[in-house]
Design a protein around this ligand. Structure first.
Ligand code: NAP
Length: 347
């Protein structure tokens, strides 16, 4: 295990915020886990590639940075079983699978972040979720100091959520995921941009289309600092949708299996007039309003202030409360967005 003191995290978060951590534990081998000190009484944060994290203070907590590597592929009669260490890069895994003619992840191309982060928020795009292929997650338990195996069902996956954000939050570290891909493959072309392809595409063609759609709309964090979608798409009930449709007949809405309705958060922000809005070196992206970008700020609080403003404007216009997908981290560890807000009695 490598240990570094007083580390600037600027290159470890895609918002490019300078925050100093007193200690970073870099875990390269599974045996490093046994050497981790007991951190239960201290604030700490487990950091993947930092593509969904906002450091909101100039100081950060103790950081644990798993960097386990390795991919193992086993061919079965009707499927491929792919076991991947949590420190692998997600998009490289998608590429590798396509190269090996293992299909299923193509809609999830170009999602930033590590493999270990994928189960935590059950990443998803273009109608496909991580949980669709996940068989098991291996997870090191801080209490028993042993690696446990959680089945797909035990991971409690739901929309951008899992047990790792809930009951097992900060109680251990994901070391590996086990994925299964049936050899019988059918493209998932349910989303706009994919459903108007003129040919029946190969998995590689789907992946290339997803890459071109994402690249056209989403800012590259290496060029313009951001953490992808900042807010989750809100889920509302049927009555609320009926009210909204009276005023906004074109509101994009997608019915869920439980009868509730998902609304496109980016559309709400755009309709609130905030696409391209800038303030204090941060802003709402000009092509995709769901993405908040950092042009020149060194202070994560500026992004929090912007997010609060966006949240307020959408609430005033639509009576819908957006909640962030991005995780907020202060010197005291992860914080809820609400706890960071400046209270405004007028709203
Ligand atoms: P879009 O086509 O402008 O649609 C806006 C939202 O509507 C999407 O977020 C999507 O929700 C939902 N949606 C669209 N078509 C749908 C359908 N046929 N069935 C159900 N829901 C539908 O979206 P976009 O911004 O270009 O993004 C396209 C995909 O990339 C989305 O799946 C989005 O989640 C994903 N993406 C993820 C990130 C990230 O950082 N996590 C960033 C950008 C885009 P869902 O998000 O629930 O799919």
């Amino acid at each position: 295990m490598e240990l570094s003191k007083e580390v600037s995290l600027q290159s470890y978060n895609s918002f490019n915020i300078t925050a100093i951590s007193p200690t970073v534990y870099f875990l390269n081998e599974l045996t490093d886990l046994e050497q981790l000190p007991d951190l239960t009484s201290k604030p700490f944060y487990i950091l993947g590639e930092g593509s969904n994290t906002l450091f909101v203070d100039h100081l950060a907590p103790i950081i644990i940075k798993p960097n386990f590597k390795g991919v193992d592929i086993v061919e079965k009669n009707e499927s491929y079983i792919v076991t991947v260490a949590s420190g692998e890069n997600w998009h490289e895994l998608v590429n590798l699978c396509i190269e090996q003619e293992i299909y299923g992840l193509e809609n999830l191309a170009l999602i930033p972040g590590s493999v270990g982060a994928a189960p935590v928020q059950n990443i998803g795009a273009y109608g496909v979720d991580f949980s669709d292929f996940c068989v098991e997650v291996k997870w090191f338990d801080f209490i028993n100091k042993r690696v446990k195996t959680l089945s797909n069902q035990e991971c409690n996956f739901s929309y951008r959520n899992s047990i790792f954000k809930q009951a097992l939050y900060n109680k251990g570290i994901i070391t590996e995921v086990v994925l299964s891909f049936p050899k019988k493959w059918q493209a998932n072309l349910s989303y706009a941009g994919l459903n108007d392809l003129e040919i029946v595409p190969s998995a590689r063609q789907v992946m290339e289309k997803v890459i071109s759609l994402r690249s056209a709309k989403l800012p590259d964090p290496n060029v313009l600092a951001n953490a992808g979608s900042f807010f989750k798409n809100p889920i509302i009930n049927e009555n609320k949708l009926t009210d909204l449709l009276r005023v906004y007949p074109n509101i994009p809405s997608y019915r869920q299996q439980n009868g509730q309705v998902k609304i496109a958060a980016g559309w709400l922000i755009e309709q609130a007039g905030l696409k391209g809005y800038c303030s204090n070196g941060v802003g709402v992206h000009q092509n995709q309003a769901l993405v908040l970008v950092n042009y020149s700020s060194n202070d994560g609080k500026e992004i929090v202030n912007l997010a609060q403003y966006v949240q307020q404007q959408v609430l005033i216009k639509f009576d819908i409360l957006l909640s962030p997908e991005v995780r907020m981290v202060s010197a005291q560890g992860e914080k809820s967005f609400d706890s960071l807000l400046v209270k405004d009695e007028r709203v």
